[in-house]
Design a protein around this ligand. Sequence first.
Ligand code: NAD
Length: 289
Amino acid sequence: MNPTRSPHRVALITGAGREKGIGAAIARRLAQVNVSLILTDLCAAPSDHPLAPQGGQWQTLQHLADELTRSADIQTLPLQVDVTDRNAIGNMIEQIQAAFGRLDILINNAGVAVGPAPVAQMDPSAWQRTLDVNLTGTFYVTQAALPMLIQTASQTGRGRIINMASLAATHPKPFLAAYAASKAGVVAFTRALAQEIAQFGITVNTLLPGDIDTDFKHWGLQLESMVRRQEYEEVLQAAIAQIPVGRLGKPEDVAAVVAFLCSEEADFITGQAINITGGRELVQATMPK
Ligand code: NAD
């Protein structure tokens, strides 16, 4: 690890601890353009309940960091960080300062959909945790990272913040009110912040992925198959049928947009909410019976 200023751009990615997740795909894509990476995740203990949401793991985070250090001319720093824990975030920022001395890019990717349920039966703690991770976590990490992002931008002329929302922000599905509200909050947060820090050359954009082929998505489809009392494969094919391009999105589809937004070519794009959906929003959703 270089104890002084990194020669490469440096990106912090939250929620990067799942092998097939969007965070890992973004890490691999940014490594291809020689961006050094701080890879973070909650790394919660796996649940043995078949329908419980699973999360990233420390081993996966470490493997990803090793893989990218070997395959690209970059430095990596894997860290276990809960985006709802301001002390842990503060420590993370200190470690980034010590190890890299700069921060060019922040990707707020960590996200959860705790306890999907009709509003009438929703557990308030599930609502709260979803808002805490997706919206407040995005605020906490952004606020802590801003001084270093601004300091770096004062020398390079640019910086990037990319927040992961969801198509649910504009096209909410039943049973996912907490998730949808949190992601709509991320869009509004992005638009306000973009105006505040445009003066430093830092752009702030948010991505609205549709159905992306990750374990998180398949967990959601599993729950849907239970609610609809339909076979999993039937629910999956019905979801695909509602996507005009005829397939689920790949994590790499999202990572490609991130790479573009991080490039100099995207200097004039800020405060935007960008759909990555294969056209899904053009088709009406159906209500589970
Ligand atoms: P994923 O479950 O693979 O990734 C989310 C990661 O966030 C997990 O590794 C998890 O451990 C981590 N995380 C959860 N709580 C955390 C916390 N408190 N602190 C730090 N990390 C925490 O899911 P994904 O499909 O790769 O989703 C990535 C992002 O994209 C999420 O914000 C999700 O809401 C969003 N998204 C996904 C889809 C999709 O279809 N997959 C669609 C729209 C938006």
